[in-house]
Design a protein. Sequence first.
Length: 215
Amino acid sequence: MAAHSAPGEDEDLYTFLIKQEKYSATQAEIVLQLLHSPFDPAQPETYQTLIGYLGSDTLPVRMKDDYDGAEPAGNSIALMNLVRLARITGREDFQAAADRGFRALAPRVAAQPAAVPALLSALLYSHAHPRQIVLAGDRDSESTRAFLERLHERFRPDNVVLLVDSDETRNRLGKFNPVLAGMRPGNGRTMAYVCRDFACDLPTDNVERFAELLK
């Protein structure tokens, strides 16, 4: 982190990094990093720290960040991250932490909903029932690329997508969600698992069948 970062800035930067990587990646290694992030589920509300730029380390103001301006609030992004982690791992403590954060920020939503669009997006996502889509196979194979191309034909913001491309990744993810430990490729081809709450349809290595499952 840059040497000039103010106290409290690192936490927001890390929160935004998590958000960006989760949107951009299908690689399960990213998820493993997120599960070891410093965010404490027992304390769902983060703080915005303001300091004077006169070389003082004193913290004259320490307030809860609840305004989504040109840059979304750290709380809004952190709550979305928690809900996504709950969807990936099935861990109820992540969802419970997000729910506490939503309740704490409810007065802001009721008073000025237009001021918190990112928070509202996180709240809507927490009430959605997204699919978990797991592709088990070599990330560079033609079959994996074919599945990803079909998946990305439509905008599916509520889906959770994981790529399990090695035994090491499978075993590590399996420690957080045992269902993932049993998801493997078949006969050298990538297998697609389409699930809701990790109750999965039969896996397929056929892209057209995969497309039907996504409907």
